[in-house]
Design a protein around this ligand. Structure first.
Ligand code: FPP
Length: 262
């Protein structure tokens, strides 16, 4: 799928002068991004870490709008893991405030650009004000929006699988589910991402070769793209590089070259 000129006019029109406008290759339905390197970006400039996260929020806006322009169906961003609570208190508080500010500041842009917000992760563990703001925007952004922005906050792939297993166990206990009927789709229905597609492409910034407890089930067949660029420096040029590489990949899903050719 490629973008065309009939893109929603409510998008920032200056985007036509930007790199995504000249990209004419294939676009995956779903990209998931591990946004890493905010802290290093800040310390390289002698700034507190939170300044790196704030700069990272600007990259979020640029990438969200570029993906929407390209008519992507789902963009997932890894914003805060279940392990990130162990960071210094001021960084954790700063990040929670940043998520609040993002929701308030981007609300109209997201809705105006037909983007639906969906948060994945254990929201019960979030501050009540943030949880309320998330739920208000999730409800306000319509279900049949053109793109879903899935933001992982207090998310851990293992926690998601434990939670899904527990909930399946409860259904079995209640006599609502026959254990012999449990298959992959049963598990998928109990994940935070139920009903949404798996990522075709997972991007990680800052050069680390790890998946860090992200979408453990969902990325079984995702293509991976790792760039040395730190997240606050990630922009549309980088996104287009990732898309070009994705477009050149052959996805085999366990099959041989010959099977794919035929
Ligand atoms: C990892 O970089 C980044 C995070 C834990 C936070 C990501 C959050 C943002 C980009 C803020 C804006 C997000 C939204 C959705 C509004 P790091 O701090 O681990 O970097 P380091 O490895 O260089 O220390």
């Amino acid at each position: 799928m490629t973008h065309d000129d009939s893109t929603d006019p409510s998008l920032d029109l200056t985007i036509d002068e930007r790199p995504v406008a000249s990209y004419d290759g294939g676009v995956p339905g779903h990209i998931a991004i591990i946004m890493d390197g905010n802290g290093r970006w800040a310390s390289r400039q002698d700034m507190p870490r939170i300044r790196g996260h704030r700069a990272g929020a600007s990259s979020v806006r640029a990438v969200v709008e570029a993906c929407r322009y390209l008519q992507m169906d789902v963009l997932t961003l890894y914003a805060f893991s279940t392990e990130n609570w162990s960071r210094p208190d001021d960084e954790v508080t700063g990040l929670m405030t940043l998520f609040d500010v993002y929701i308030e500041r981007e609300r109209e842009r997201l809705i105006g650009n037909d983007i639906r917000l969906q948060v994945i992760g254990d929201r019960e563990g979030l501050p009540a004000t943030l949880r309320d703001a998330i739920e208000e925007l999730e409800a306000a952004s319509v279900e049949d929006a053109e793109m879903t922005l899935q933001v992982a906050i207090n998310y851990g792939g293992r926690e998601e699988l434990v939670r899904a297993t527990r909930s399946i166990g409860e259904a079995v206990d209640a006599g609502e589910l026959d254990p012999d009927a449990i298959d992959e789709s049963t598990l998928e229905e109990h994940l935070y991402t139920a009903g949404r597609p798996d990522p075709d492409l997972v991007v990680r910034t800052s050069g680390e070769m790890r998946i860090s407890n992200f979408l453990l089930w969902q990325m079984a067949y995702s293509e991976l793209f790792v760039t040395e660029t730190l997240w606050p420096d990630f922009n549309e040029y980088e996104l287009v590089d990732a898309l070009r590489e994705f477009d050149d990949r052959e996805r085999r899903f366990g099959q041989t070259d010959q099977q794919l050719d035929s």
